[in-house]
Design a protein around this ligand. Structure first.
Ligand SMILES: [Zn+2]
Length: 636
């Protein structure tokens, strides 16, 4: 039952593309005309009837789920009676978990088709309330299990093969025993789950639902309503630096105007995390965040140190940009504009051919599965009014993964699909090869196949093109990927760590203090490659991940490092070496959450406890920047 909470987290998985900072990539988004949803042909829309034919069926499943949750609560007090009772509890928990995926995602995906629909939003919230009930109804399980000595459980598993399936899950609970409270304590904490998402909900309301988008006038004349999408588009396409400066100022003024409210909300996040860490007896919020996956805190500390020591290629890249773009001063808002113009569109139908071709190295079966995903109405391709922005892959167990996109024919959008496809293939392979209890992979591993999928696609496109301008665009894309997925995320992790330490040390959390941390970090990363704007101090206020999923973003960086190392193994060495690497990689995808993530990655040939793994990314960036310099000089 405890694993059903994984469901809600996965929904946030790919919010990364929404939350990325302005120094990350974006190719010229020339969005196709916005159509009403009913005007978009069916083959470009996902078919949620694969989950439930209609709402009455959803309602029946919801009712069934509620009944099962009641039945689970009634098992309280039975575990000590023997293996059969424990097995019954585990199986019912599996049933609840499987149904939960369908009930949650049907409402949640419907909601994302048009977030303006209040009725659907109410149903989605109804499921969230049920989750809170489920969490209370299962609060007895851990303390009751842990009252039974582990050797007794191990004997039960030896006698009952069906129970042995749960070995890793059960033994892992004993590992975490010292942080599990008695029944009363667990009950109290489960009650607090109802308001623990309040700071994020308030942040979302303040920054999205209630926000007053400013209107700005560009040098070319027209007034523009500055939504986040418009802001990104100006930074990525407008070659007039003063227009970009205007957009940057106006966009950040919105956050500056409410910066004390944002600081209060963020303080609530920090206090909540410290409350949970202390209640469970952790020494720090970082320790609490990493303990679940059995990851030593030194992995994050080393990541931050090694990255900070490797910022030179990043600065070299931005100095190169400043020179090529012919700018007198170079700001935060100059980081996304393409080095060269390329009037190329990447229609969705072309991608349908390229994407399977890019994964030839991973074998026919893998390609076959990918075609199934592309052609089976698993993907919601285009934007429509009210649709959720960004992109994600939703792992609907028992059905298939669904993907939400906002495809706009740009290169960025194509890579987004490659990224989400990596997640979906991972889901498909995990679900096919693991029992339900291990079917969900952890976030710590999740971004490995997605970034690797992008890397394979980049190689395919670089090999394919004969146009040196397109090659520059692709190289910039790869470099921006490292800047945004690796450097920016490590910087964000550093920010979160420092902010949480304020609370842990009993120091005040103010808008000014948070701005100071953020500003100092910018300087530590970009040094003299950037001219600094005071308004950059409020950037932290607008990053959704800080409110929704603290201590989450560093995992993009560890995943990126892992994926860089795997990519190296997959594409170099003898044929036998490569074949072995492919086999190890597919094994990783098939292994779901059947062991601790560091163990699974080690089996695939990646050791994150070593600084070399981090330095591999720094070296990779260095090589790419050198290659870009060569291409640019050849062009001149
Ligand atoms: Zn992702």
């Amino acid at each position: 039952m405890k694993r059903s909470s994984v469901v809600g987290r996965n929904a946030e998985r790919c919010a990364m593309l929404v939350g990325m900072d302005q120094l990350s990539t974006a190719e010229a988004p020339a969005a196709p005309a916005l159509r009403e949803r009913h005007q978009i042909p069916d083959r470009f829309k996902w078919d949620l009837a694969h989950i439930f034919p209609d709402w009455p069926d959803w309602q029946r499943a919801y009712d069934q789920l509620e009944t099962q949750i009641g039945a689970y609560a009634a098992l309280q007090g039975t575990l000590a009676k023997g293996a059969a009772q424990l097995l019954a509890a585990m199986k019912l928990s599996d049933d609840i978990g499987q149904l939960t995926y369908k009930v949650w995602y049907f409402a949640s995906l419907k909601h994302d088709e048009d977030q303006r629909d209040n009725q659907i939003n109410a149903r989605r919230q109804q499921v969230q309330i049920l989750f809170a009930k489920a969490s209370q109804a299962s609060a007895w399980f851990n303390p009751e299990l842990l009252d039974i000595p582990l050797p007794t459980i191990q004997q039960w598993m030896a006698d009952t093969p069906e129970l042995a399936v749960y070995r890793f899950a059960l033994e892992d609970l004993y590992r975490q025993q010292e942080h599990v409270l008695d029944e009363k304590g667990e009950h109290l904490l489960s009650l607090s789950s109802r308001f623990s998402s309040a700071p994020y909900d308030a942040y979302a309301a303040l920054s999205t639902a209630d926000v007053k988008h400013p209107s700005i006038t560009l040098s070319t004349g027209p007034a523009v309503t500055l939504t986040y999408g418009q802001y990104r588009a100006i930074l990525a396409t407008n070659r007039n630096q003063s227009d970009r400066a205007t957009a940057f100022a106006a966009y950040h003024e919105v956050f500056a105007a409410n910066v004390n409210t944002y600081a209060s909300l963020y303080n609530a996040v920090l206090q909540r995390d410290w409350f949970h860490a202390q209640s469970r007896g952790y020494r720090s919020t970082l320790e609490a965040a990493l303990h679940g996956n059995n990851i030593p805190t030194t992995v994050v500390e080393n990541l931050i140190e090694s990255t900070k020591a490797g910022t030179e290629p990043l600065r070299r890249y931005h100095r190169l940009r400043k020179r090529v773009l012919g700018l007198e001063t170079y700001h935060n808002y100059d980081g996304a504009i393409p080095i060269v113009d390329l009037e190329r569109k990447y229609p969705y139908d072309d991608v349908l051919e390229w994407l399977p071709a890019s994964v030839t190295a991973l074998g026919r079966e893998y390609q076959h599965h990918m075609r199934e995903a592309l052609e089976g109405r698993w993907i919601d391709v285009y934007e429509n009014p009210g649709k959720r922005s960004g992109a994600y892959s939703a792992p609907v167990y028992g059905v298939h993964p669904y993907m939400l996109l906002n495809h706009n024919d740009t290169l960025d959008a194509v890579f987004t699909l490659a990224h989400e496809m990596g997640h979906s293939m991972h889901t498909m392979l995990s679900n096919a090869h693991q029992p339900f209890v291990y079917s969900a992979y952890t976030i710590f591993v999740a971004e490995v196949p997605s970034t690797l999928s992008e890397a394979l696609f980049l190689d395919y496109m670089l090999a394919r093109t004969t146009d040196e301008r397109e090659r520059i665009v692709l190289l910039q894309h790869a470099i921006d990927g490292i800047a945004g997925t690796f450097y920016t995320q490590v910087m964000f992790a550093d920010y979160e760590l420092q902010a949480h330490r304020l609370v842990e040390d009993g120091r005040p959390v103010t808008a000014e203090g948070l701005g100071e941390i953020y500003f100092n970090l910018l300087q530590a990363y970009y040094g003299d490659a950037l001219d600094y704007d005071e308004l950059s101090r409020v950037t932290w206020a607008r990053i959704p991940h800080f409110y929704s999923t603290p201590y989450y973003v560093y995992q993009y960086a560890t995943c990126f490092a892992s994926s860089a190392q795997l990519m190296h193994h997959l594409t170099s060495g003898s044929e036998a070496d490569r074949a072995a690497a492919i086999d190890r990689y597919l094994t990783l995808l098939k292994s779901g959450g059947s062991d601790h993530p560091m163990t699974l990655l080690q089996r695939a040939g990646v050791d994150l406890s070593k600084p070399e793994t981090v330095r591999a990314v720094v070296d990779q960036l260095d090589r790419l920047v050198t290659q870009l310099e060569r291409e640019i000089n050849a062009l001149a």
